[in-house]
Design a binder for this molecule. Structure first.
Ligand code: HPA
Length: 255
C-alpha cells in the first residue's frame, strides 16, 4: 500500500522526508504540489502535501480538495493519513490529546464536495456509513498507545466552513447533535477520498476547547502554539505508523 500524508495546520516540514522529489501534478481540477520522499526507517516512498500550501497561504474554504486527492491517487497512493488541528466540544477530549474520529457531521457550505457531477458518468451516490478507514484507525491508535500518546479512538468530527471560528451557540448545538471535535478541513477531504476508493484517516490534535466551552477568546495563534508544542508527537507517531500502514488491513474502503 502506498501512503500519502496530508499535513494540516502546523505540519509543513518536508525535512521529515529524505531524498525529496517534487511533483507538480496536473489534474482535471487544477495543479497540486506533492513531495515524494522516504520517512526514516521506512524503505517505501511516501507522498506528502500540506493542504494549506507549504507556506500556509490557502484558507480552509479555498483548499482545492479535489486536486489534492486526485493528485495523490494519480501518483499511486492507496491510503491517506491526514493531520488536523481541532477544537474540542467534549470535556473529556482535552487540548493536547489526539482524536481518531470515526464519523463526521458536515456543516460546510461553499465547497465542491464531490467528483460526481452527473453527465456521461451518471449519477453516483457513495456509501458513507463508515467514512474513516477502520484498519488505519487500529494501527494509528495502537501505535499512539504504545508511544504513551493520549489518544481517543472514535469521535464525531464536526466540519465547519470557516475561516471564522464558531459562535458559542453553534458549538452548543453541535454538542447536542453529538459532535466531539470541530475543524474546518476534514470535509470534503474524507468524502473525496472515499469516492476515489482510498483509505483515509485523520490524526486530529485537540488544540483548544471550542468557543463557549472555554471562557477564553480563541485565536489562530493559540491553535498554532498548541500544535507546535505537540507536533513532535504527531511526527513520531507518523514515523512509526506509516511503515505499518503499508500492510493491507481489513476494510472495504476501496469497494
Ligand atoms: N474550531 C474550528 N476549527 C478549529 C478549532 C476550532 O475551535 N481549533 C482548531 N481548528
Amino acid at each position: 500500500m502506498v501512503i500519502g500524508i496530508i499535513g494540516g495546520t502546523g505540519v509543513y516540514d518536508p525535512t521529515w522526508l529524505e531524498d525529496v522529489k517534487e511533483h507538480v501534478v496536473e489534474t482535471p481540477y487544477g495543479k497540486t504540489l506533492i513531495l515524494e520522499g522516504k520517512l526514516q526507517k521506512s524503505p517505501a516512498s511516501v507522498f506528502f502535501m500540506n493542504r494549506h500550501g507549504l507556506d500556509h497561504s490557502v484558507p480552509p474554504h479555498l483548499v482545492n480538495y479535489r486536486a489534492n486527492l486526485f493528485g495523490l491517487k494519480s501518483l499511486g497512493v492507496d491510503r491517506v493519513v491526514a493531520t488536523a488541528a481541532v477544537g474540542s466540544l467534549n470535556r473529556d477530549y482535552i487540548p493536547g490529546t489526539l482524536v481518531v474520529a470515526d464519523q463526521f457531521l458536515d456543516f460546510t457550505k461553499s465547497r465542491v464536495h464531490t467528483f460526481h457531477q452527473g453527465g456521461p458518468t451518471g449519477v453516483v451516490h457513495t456509501d458513507m456509513t463508515a467514512p474513516y478507514c477502520p484498519a488505519m484507525a487500529d494501527v494509528i491508535t495502537a501505535e499512539a498507545e504504545r508511544q504513551g500518546i493520549a489518544v481517543h479512538r472514535g469521535g464525531v468530527y464536526v466540519a465547519t466552513e470557516g475561516p471564522r471560528f464558531e459562535t458559542s451557540a453553534e458549538i452548543r448545538a453541535f454538542r447536542m447533535l453529538g459532535g466531539d471535535v470541530v475543524g474546518m478541513t476534514g470535509v470534503p477531504e474524507v468524502v473525496l477520498a472515499r469516492e476515489l476508493g482510498l483509505c483515509y484517516n485523520t490524526l486530529a490534535l485537540v488544540t483548544n476547547f471550542a468557543a463557549g466551552i472555554s471562557s477564553d477568546v480563541l485565536t489562530h495563534q493559540e491553535v498554532l502554539d498548541v500544535m507546535a508544542a505537540h507536533v513532535q508527537h504527531l511526527r513520531s507517531l507518523l514515523l512509526a505508523a506509516v511503515p505499518q500502514l503499508t500492510e493491507p488491513g481489513i476494510c472495504r474502503c476501496h469497494k
